[in-house]
Design a protein around this ligand. Structure first.
Ligand code: BGC
Length: 804
């Protein structure tokens, strides 16, 4: 179904014709330019925190730890911004909000210097510094989320932040938290999988890490940019409850991590562009979440001057279309203020938000590195200093690649490999690309080991270790023979070579990316969920000829594996993710047992594409706005499979280990913490009433403070050391209208063989609440809430009742 262009025009703000003193109201919802959280911190329990010293990952709120309170840090930053702005004219304030235009500066986005303010460099991407050299190519978001390991998520954030800063960047354009609503969504690999809680925790740790390094993070793309097809001309039509519980949640966690900036997306939300959407920008982000930084547009996602009134604070790259030489803001914004159409206080607020984020991160320091690269002209020696910012970050890259690999099948202890006499590697994905790791611009091609998707979410590889290289190095040590066949199309040749080899390892992949590049007919989004380059035929040919066929998949997301997964000769399957520059070493560590697999699927692998609850919507003419109804509501990914009782091939949260874990001794208790400031709000919630509307009502500390403590014992009952990822799923009463199970807690627990430990997971009032659309608040559902603890979304080992 499509809507005509007229509805697009109708969704814009109409500009009043009258000139003079008439000022349109800033927004129809309660909104102050400088919201503050509604709660008072409890000293010692919720310490005031600056962005440079957040609590460690082991003290995450979901583990019963600390909620960092950035209120004072923001307050100080806003005060400094106010002081600086006293000397700024209207034109200068407007300059802070308006990018210099496409290719107008050295970075992908640039804010000009104004008076004493030196300007801003904004640069991609969510996995490293884009468009420059001597940087680390970190694992993708989705592979890092597959680790379910808060420490690794944090470390990646810290190191990415350090590298951006050392290149002179002020704002790193990540992390990206789109939800993977559509299995084939082109940019899903930039994000953290198909569950809001996992994605929210990943965003939280990534942002705390990045900002502790002194870089401004940017939570993107806000919101509902869930497919690439017609991303600038589609309206995601989402009900308010689904928006709050699913899509907005990771952005709320970003605000709780003190994120400096948010990027609004290209698409429309309920027929209004995301960058001029009063509901999502002003009401949810700035009012409910009390977001105190600034909202920038995605590149050319702004469509009107009046977007300022709807909550947009910065336009990127600044021109209406790339290099048009025109802008919705700049002189237009100044004129709109001078003629009374837009309140001067709104522009003051925009400028204050932008400057305070800069102060919050301490970027006013004279020690802050100057921009030392040129994103648009990387060969220009005058503007590229080729600063090496890599340090030893490759070590954590290698570790994340291993920890993010998910072991899905392992029959007869096929893995780990133990000094096999002969190994044969099959598949183009095992080796290097013919034209090197950066042979395709923005990685827009699939040749050799797949270690990044394509588009703006990329960085240049400094090098790329292939499985062929890493496994040969290991073979030298083991005195194994290694043969290879990198041609996916001559399957007869592969079939001949693999006979009489101890083990055949087939490497295959599936790629996707951003819509401005098309690879093999895939216009960003994948056109199907099949593995690429004849993979199914290749795997089957090898399995028909070798009784110990191990399959390694480097995939941007779910893929259908039915053609061969039950083949008796396919003894093992490893879902190795998209792992960055050390991909070959990471998978080799897993295959040989140097790393005992602990990754878990951050999405469901279905038996058939039609099993997924939401499908890619295609079509639409050049002048149409494509309508994308989110009719599945809360039932994305595993929630849909559970609700409709559909058997997945591999469920969300699933992953095997080389050892086994037993769960026991479940205990659940209420944590009593008295706080006079919030006693009435807590009583209100306990009585089943929705949280009252107020600034910061959704991020108020009382709502997120640990309320329920769940404890249980996990024991490593196998023969080798390894990590388990215990997961907690809440089951709401039927009256709540929730999916059967929703993830609300997890931890990563490393145990030596035989060792046992007590695991603690905490649940807050927020974790137990549902969104009340009528009251516009969070409330406890009526009835009994139960929960399960286990090893996946379908492997529950213990269950209990929430004592409320
Ligand atoms: C992408 C953003 C990116 C920006 C700048 C846009 O096309 O959607 O994710 O940050 O370009 O490169």
């Amino acid at each position: 179904m499509t809507l005509g262009l007229c509805s697009r025009v109708g969704s814009r703000f109409s500009i009043p014709q009258r000139k003079g003193i008439i000022t349109v109201p800033i927004t129809p919802v309660p909104f102050s330019p400088f919201p503050t959280p509604s709660d008072t911190p409890i000293p010692g329990v919720f310490p005031e925190t600056g962005v440079s010293n957040p609590p460690p990952p082991s003290e995450a709120p979901g583990l019963g730890g600390l909620i960092p309170d950035f209120a004072q840090a923001w307050k100080t930053a806003h005060a400094k911004a106010k002081t600086m702005l006293q000397h700024f004219s209207l034109e200068q304030k407007v300059a802070l909000t308006t990018g210099v235009g496409w290719e107008g500066g050295r970075c992908v986005g640039n804010i000009p210097a104004v008076a004493d303010f030196p300007g801003l460099c904004l640069e991609d991407s969510p996995l490293g510094v884009r468009d420059t050299d001597f940087v680390t190519a970190f694992p993708t978001g989705v592979t890092t989320a597959s680790t379910w390991n808060r420490t690794l998520l944090r470390m990646r954030g810290v190191f990415m932040g350090q590298e951006h800063k050392a290149k002179g960047v002020h704002v790193a354009l990540g992390p990206m938290m789109n939800m993977g609503r559509i299995a084939q969504g082109g940019r899903n690999w930039e994000g953290f999988g198909a569950d809001p809680f996992l994605s929210g925790e990943a965003a939280y740790e990534t942002i705390l890490g990045m900002q502790s390094s002194g870089i401004q993070a940017c939570a993107k793309h806000y919101i509902n940019n869930e497919q690439e097809h017609k991303r600038t001309q589609e309206s995601s039509n989402v009900d308010d409850r689904t928006q709050h519980e699913i899509y907005a949640h990771p952005f709320m966690r970003s605000v709780q991590a003190g994120v400096a900036s948010v990027m609004c997306s290209y698409n429309l939300v309920n027929d209004t562009y995301a960058c001029e959407n009063n509901k999502t920008l002003n009401d949810i982000l700035k009012r409910e979440y009390a977001f105190q930084g600034y909202i920038m547009s995605d590149w050319s996602a702004q469509h009107s001057t009046m977007s300022a009134v709807a909550g947009l604070d910065m336009t990127m790259p600044g021109d209406i279309t790339f290099s048009s030489g025109t802008s919705w803001w700049g002189q237009n914004l100044t004129d709109f203020v001078n003629n009374g159409t837009i309140a001067a206080s709104r522009v003051e607020d925009m400028a204050e938000r932008i400057l305070s984020s800069w102060f919050l991160l301490g970027q006013d320091s004279s020690q802050y590195p100057a921009v030392n690269f040129n994103a648009f002209f990387p060969m220009d020696e005058a503007t590229n200093e080729h600063v090496d910012v890599q340090e030893d970050h490759f070590e954590v890259v290698r570790q994340i690649g291993s920890a993010g690999a998910v072991l899905l099948k392992n029959v007869g202890n096929a893995l780990p490999l133990n000094k096999p006499r002969s190994v044969v590697l099959v598949g183009n994905d095992a080796g290097p690309a013919f034209h090197g790791p950066n042979g395709f611009s923005d990685r827009g091609g699939d040749d050799g080991i797949l270690a990044m998707g394509w588009g703006s979410g990329t960085a240049n590889f400094p090098y790329l270790i292939s499985p062929l290289e890493a496994i040969q190095a290991r073979a030298r040590q083991d005195r194994s023979s290694v043969m290879w066949w990198l041609d996916n199309w001559n399957t007869d040749g592969a079939a001949g070579l693999v006979q009489q080899q101890d083990v055949a390892i087939v490497f295959v992949n599936a790629d996707s990316g951003e819509d401005y590049i098309t690879v093999d007919g895939n216009e960003g989004d994948r056109k199907n969920l099949t593995l690429w380059q004849n993979a199914d035929v290749l795997i089957t040919a090898v399995a028909n000829n070798n009784r110990n066929t191990i399959v390694v998949v480097h995939s941007v997301g779910p893929a259908i594996v039915e053609a061969w997964v039950d083949h008796p000769n396919v003894t093992a399957l490893v879902w190795a993710g998209i792992a960055g520059q050390e991909a070959g070493n990471s998978i080799t560590d897993v295959l040989y047992g140097a790393y005992n697999p602990s990754g878990r699927l951050p999405y469901t692998i279905a038996k058939s594409p039609s099993d997924y609850g939401a499908q890619l919507i295609t079509g639409g003419g050049p002048n149409d706005i494509l309508s994308i109804p989110y009719t599945e509501g809360l039932l994305i990914d595993y929630r849909h499979f559970d609700a409709l009782n559909i058997d997945p091939r591999f469920e969300f949260g699933f992953g095997l280990s080389f050892t086994q874990f037993a769960y026991s001794n479940l205990k659940v208790s209420t944590i009593h913490q008295s706080d006079q400031n919030s006693a009435s709000l807590e009583a209100n919630w306990a009585a089943g009433k929705a949280t009252p509307i107020a600034e910061g009502s959704s991020t108020a500390i009382w709502l997120h403070r640990p309320l329920i403590q769940v404890q249980f014992v996990v024991q490593n009952t196998g023969k080798v050391d390894g990590a388990e990822i215990p997961q907690l799923y809440v089951h709401h009463p039927a009256s709540a209208g929730e999916p059967p199970s929703v993830l609300k807690g997890f931890d990563d627990i490393f145990l030596k063989h035989g060792q046992r430990t007590t695991v603690t997971i905490a649940l807050s009032r927020y974790d137990l609440s549902i969104w009340d659309v009528v009251a516009q608040g969070w409330k406890k559902p009526t009835g009994t809430i139960t929960f399960s603890v286990g090893a996946s979304s379908r492997d529950f080992r213990l269950s209990g009742t929430i004592p409320l």
